[in-house]
Design a protein around this ligand. Structure first.
Ligand SMILES: *Cc1c(COP(=O)(O)O)cnc(C)c1O
Length: 373
């Protein structure tokens, strides 16, 4: 089937057409700044000052942005959030973990744990797609794991501490960190990657860890458990304290993440960056509520993500065709999550996306829907 020939008038189009849920919009300003460091930063040793200073800038900036409580530390390593799950399997979970599974990412972490021969089968709580299971105390586990924002379904879960004793709260904030307000004290490990709300590029993981998490990492490292060196969080911690990573990171990724974090902090920090996402969310869900053809997929308002919107369309509009038409007009990556299998668009509302562009997107959607319906 060929894409209907719909040309959106240029005055309706957003200034930037990237609305993906990750990788997503990287600010041209950040890339320009990187180009200015083409010869004194890019292509230089990560064991020397210029790069170590950049890692320090990123770690300090993240601590400020996330309002790291006393004693919490920022640790970085290679492999993105998926790599961090594997590191958690070796360096954070002692015997058995509990997982909330309400989309692709939470379920993947649970599966990575289930495959580990040295851990017991995890306990997993599931809920219908488009909702999250209750975050409540669980006995007999040493880690409670969930996603702050489930990028696949557009469901968010506000962090609350439900741990007892020395249980750790592990929060996958890959698409949430920097875009959602949260209580840092409710987390022991708040981990993410820079290609989503931080408007950067992939390949790195960043984790804010509590003193209890550090104690766990050190205890497991001392226990004699086999840990592959690249997944060893003790090695990551020791290197991070020296503003390095265990092995070579992508210097561009470190730089771009630091650029965004500085931009957020200079403008007022997390309340500013999360505020931009919240403004976009009000615009987009408000539009969907008013539209005859669209409605938010997530019915429970408090669970409706402020960084990734999933919007269902009625049968008069084929979402895949709508996505094709938008792409032909330069509005990209708003396709729904394939495995969810719904007549849906999924739209990134990360802080780097200008709310005026989100507003423009709704005008473009109206323009296309009128001509497709
Ligand atoms: C994107 C994403 C991941 C995977 O991140 P990678 O850096 O690609 O490994 C994990 N969890 C969530 C919630 C995500 O959105």
């Amino acid at each position: 089937m060929s894409t209907p020939d719909i040309v959106i008038p240029t005055d309706l189009l957003p200034a930037d057409g990237r609305f993906g849920s990750g990788p997503t919009k990287v600010r041209p300003e950040a890339l320009d700044a990187l180009a200015r460091r083409a010869t004194d930063y890019m292509g230089t040793s990560h064991r020397q000052m210029p790069v170590k200073l950049m890692v320090a800038e990123l770690r300090n900036g993240i601590a400020e942005l996330l309002r790291a409580p006393d004693g919490y530390e920022i640790v970085c390593g290679n492999g993105g959030s998926t790599g961090f799950w594997d590191a958690a399997v070796f360096s954070l979970i002692e015997h058995r973990s509990h997982h909330l599974s309400f989309g692709e990412f939470g379920s993947k972490f649970g599966k990575a744990v289930a495959m580990a021969p040295h851990l017991e089968n995890p306990s997993v709580a599931e809920s219908a797609m488009g909702t999250h299971p209750a975050l409540e105390p669980v006995d007999g586990v040493d880690a409670i794991c969930y996603t702050h924002n489930e990028t696949s379904t557009g469901v968010m879960l506000d962090p609350v501490r439900v741990s007892t004793g020395d249980q750790l709260m592990l929060v996958d904030a890959t698409s949430g960190a920097g875009g959602l307000m949260f209580d840092a004290d409710a987390t022991d490990v708040y981990y993410f990657a820079p290609q989503k709300a931080l408007a950067g590029d992939g390949g790195l993981w960043i984790a804010m860890v509590s003193p209890a998490a550090v104690e766990r990492i050190e205890r497991i490292a001392a226990s004699g458990r086999y840990i592959p060196p690249s997944l060893d969080l003790k090695a990551a911690l020791d290197n991070s304290r020296k503003d390095q990573t265990y092995n070579t990171p992508s210097l561009a990724t470190v730089f771009l993440a630091a650029q965004t974090v500085n931009w957020f902090n200079e403008n007022g920090g997390l309340s500013w960056s999360a505020g931009r996402s919240a403004t976009s969310a009000d615009i987009l869900y408000g539009w969907a509520d008013r539209s005859d053809a669209a409605e938010p997929f997530v019915q429970i308002e408090t669970q409706r993500s402020k960084v990734v919107a999933t919007i269902d369309f009625d049968e008069s509009i084929d979402a895949d065709t709508l996505d094709d038409v938008l792409r032909a007009n330069g509005i990209v990556d708003v396709n729904g999550y394939r495995k969810l299998g719904r007549n849906q668009l999924r739209i990134g509302m990360f802080p780097a996306i200008d709310p005026t562009d989100t507003q423009a997107l709704t005008a473009c959607l109206d323009y296309c829907i009128e001509r497709l319906g």
